[in-house]
Every structure is written in C-alpha cells, then in structure tokens.
Write a new protein. Structure first.
Length: 81
C-alpha cells in the first residue's frame, strides 16, 4: 500500500490551488470580455434608436413643408426623401 507523504499532499494541494487560480483568471477575463461586448451592443442599440427617431421626425417634417428655405430664399422641393 502506498502512503501519501506530507510533501506529496502539499504538492497536490498546491496544484489544486494553481488550477483554481487559473480557472478564476480565465473566468474573470471572459466576464471582462462579455462586459465589453455588452457595452458595444448598448451603444449600437442607442445609436440605432436615435437614428430611427430622427429619420421619423425628418420624414414628418418633410411632408409638412413643400419648400425648402435656404440662403437664396425658398425653393420648391424636387422630390420627397
């Protein structure tokens, strides 16, 4: 029967601790990466909502005003966007 010496037991514990630390490090890196991706998605969603809202506002204003006002006075629209 093989007896485990205290030195072998310490080595096993050290290896287990190293494995746990490596797993925690990997987990933290993945969480940080996911956080970055979530922030990017939030920014994209916010930007898209802003663009859609502005597009809707512009369209409704374009329909109401049949002419455009510029530096040289009012000009008739040639097309609706």
């Amino acid at each position: 029967m093989h007896q485990i010496t205290s030195q072998e037991k310490n080595i096993e514990q050290s290896n287990t601790i190293d494995q746990i630390l490596n797993l925690l490090t990997t987990l933290c890196k993945k969480v940080d990466s996911m956080d970055g991706e979530i922030q990017k998605l939030k920014e994209q969603a916010s930007s898209q909502q802003h663009d859609v809202k502005n597009a809707e506002l512009r369209r409704s204003e374009d329909v109401k005003i049949p002419e455009l006002e510029g530096d040289v006075g009012k000009l008739p629209k040639t097309h609706n966007v």
